[in-house]
Design a binder for this molecule. Structure first.
Ligand code: ATP
Ligand code: MG
Length: 572
């Protein structure tokens, strides 16, 4: 990586300012945690990570890195029936790809099951927890609502001995699923529903991906999370806003147990227009075949956007740009695309590609002659150098770059009009050949040999420059063009009685089976990224074969976000 000599090391290391960072700065000042910053990223392995998780990863790993601290990766794997090792493996890969450095600190909440069990027993012995025989439905009914206080369970005042005995027997597998629960004895009249004797343990005779059939009682998320944080000596337990109402419970468990007590801090969840960030719904798209898999390049999953050609740098820059706050909102998808474009602009090599070819014959160019034209690989990066592109008598240009009958503002090729072929010559269209249906299938042109390289010695100007390929040399590739997966900005708004899938965009994928590309791209490695001049950024897909490359359009060139910004700046 290049080192920027001009910026001061301190300024370069400083992360974006936000309220969580302020809390940490203050804690460092007061020495609250002995100078430590220790965060964690705690995914549940019930699906693949998505761009929303990238925000959490960026905050947790970013703050640890900025303050010389540590960030753990911890699987919140308390729910045996929904969790799979496929998800665990993908999450580890995705966190690493995003730059999350957890060293050897890969943990599983399930590693703490024995300790959690002992803590549950401790709470029973202290009269703070009891075994309850109400069914799940009754528990819900007894809990009350925001306006009605709850009612106490008839089992609430069991003796400590009876509770210890029943909990032990729950653990031994004497009771069927759902027959009993262990509940915390807090306050059925609390205004916070989470404090109305929350369930700590449930009976589930199910195999767990790590503990197998060792356990048939499983701790609830709330009873697990804070204790796991405590075991790992986390300082700042950063989570999304929906856990704000759970914080009193987080604190209660740690206080009652009298163990090390991290601070929970909540921030706003990322929502994006034209995007759904719910693992449940993403799973539906995969299971019901609306997409080709979790890594379909239209998916907002990390694996999907990686395959699409997004870079970790672009995602990190985006996450820094959106900031961290205490109110949920929705970010424009175009802002994410803007950061992808910005990053690719710096690193992607330029090449010429023609998606919808139209034959151009240069009548006065010698038959059988081939020239090598010199082309710049990246105008943003001189070290990327140049390459040779073959030029010959028969070329391909985009169908869009020719109009037999051009509208007023159309300056590209049309009969009698002269244009520049990028890195080539000036050409003038003379006549067309049409097929039986009247479609133009070939344009005959003349070229000016004095304009080699794209400049006229007499200084005459042309109004447009178009890209091209030599027909005899071009290679063929499949190109997949993507549009938003959902057709509406807020796909979570579903019309009454319908499925969210009604909001899918039927035109989110368009396949161009036989695009033409520069021959130099032959053998390009999977995941390599290019700018197809005038068309956008593309990357090589894993579906490529030795015979035919497949490209994904990562993002187009048009930057709607830059336009929005400009318009906003223009406002008085
Ligand atoms: P989903 O609703 O998609 O299932 P989740 O919150 O259940 O998401 P977890 O695996 O529990 O997913 O999330 C791991 C961490 O990532 C949590 O700390 C969670 O708060 C955070 N996270 C999840 N979604 C987002 C999001 N959209 N924006 C920011 N952080 C998120
Ligand atoms: Mg969850």
């Amino acid at each position: 990586m290049a080192i920027d000599q001009t910026s001061e090391p301190k300024a370069a290391a400083a992360g974006p300012s936000h309220f969580i960072r302020e809390i940490i700065l203050e804690d460092l000042k007061t020495n609250k945690w002995g100078g430590r910053v220790h965060t964690r990223f705690p995914p549940e392995p019930n699906g693949y990570l998505h761009i929303g998780h990238a925000k959490s990863i960026s905050i947790n790993f970013g703050l640890a890195q900025e303050f010389g601290g540590l960030c753990n990766l911890r699987f919140d794997d308390t729910n045996p029936s929904k969790e799979e090792t496929e998800y665990v493996d993908s999450i580890i890969e995705d966190v690493r790809w995003l730059g999350g450095d957890f060293g050897d600190r890969l943990f599983y909440a399930s590693d703490y099951f024995q300790q959690l069990y002992e803590w549950a027993v401790q709470l029973i012995k202290a009269g703070k927890a009891y075994v309850c025989d109400l069914t799940a439905e009754q528990v819900r009914e007894y809990r009350g609502t925001l306006t009605d206080p709850g009612r106490e369970s008839p089992w609430r005042n069991r003796s400590i001995e009876e509770n210890l005995d029943l909990f032990e027997r729950m653990k031994k597998g004497e009771f069927p699923d759902g027959a009993r629960t262990l509940r915390a004895k807090i306050d059925m009249a609390s205004r916070n529903l989470n404090l109305r004797d929350p369930v700590m343990y449930r009976i589930l005779h199910a195999d767990h991906h790590r503990t197998g059939d060792k356990w048939c009682i499983y701790p609830m998320y709330d009873f697990t999370h804070g204790e796991s944080d405590s075991i790992e000596r986390i300082t700042h337990s950063i989570c999304t806003l929906e856990f704000e109402d759970h914080r009193p419970l987080y604190d209660w468990y740690l206080e009652q147990l009298g163990i090390y007590h991290p601070q929970q801090i909540e921030f706003d969840r990322l929502n994006l227009t034209y995007t759904l960030l719910s693992k449940r719904r993403l799973l539906t798209l995969v299971k019901e075949g609306y997409v080709s898999g979790w890594d379909d390049p239209r998916m907002p999953t990390i694996t999907g956007i990686r395959r699409r050609g997004y870079t970790p740098e672009a995602i990190r820059n985006f996450c820094r740009a959106i900031g961290v706050s205490k109110t949920n909102g929705t970010i424009e998808l175009s802002l994410l695309e803007h950061h992808v474009r910005e990053d690719l602009n710096k690193r992607a090599l330029r090449v010429m590609a023609v998606l919808r070819p139209l034959r151009v014959v240069i009548d006065n160019y010698p038959e059988g002659q081939t020239e090598e034209m010199e082309a710049t690989n990246n105008p943003e990066d001189a070290s990327a150098g140049t390459r040779k592109v073959p030029f010959s008598r028969v070329l391909y240009i985009e169908q869009d770059d020719f109009r037999e009958d051009p509208p007023k503002q159309y300056f590209r090729l049309s009969p009698g009009r002269e244009v520049r072929l990028r890195y080539g010559y000036f050409i003038t269209a003379q006549s067309v050949v049409k097929d039986a249906s009247g479609q133009v299938v070939e344009v005959h042109c003349t070229y000016d040999p004095a304009t080699r390289g794209g400049n006229a010695p007499d200084g005459r100007k042309v109004k447009s420059t178009i890209h091209w390929l030599s027909a005899a040399h071009a290679m063929e590739a499949e190109v997949r063009l993507y549009d938003n997966l959902f057709a509406v900005p807020n796909p979570g708004d579903v019309p009454e009685g319908q499925e969210f899938t009604v909001n899918l965009n039927p035109k989110s994928l368009e396949v161009v089976p036989n695009a033409k590309l520069e021959p130099g791209l032959r053998g390009a490695a999977v995941a390599s990224r290019y700018q197809f001049e005038r068309l956008g950024y593309f990357c090589v897909d894993k579906d490529s074969t030795s015979g035919k490359l497949v490209f994904n359009r990562t993002v187009g060139l048009r930057d709607t976000w830059a336009k929005i910004e400009k318009a906003q700046q223009a406002k008085p």
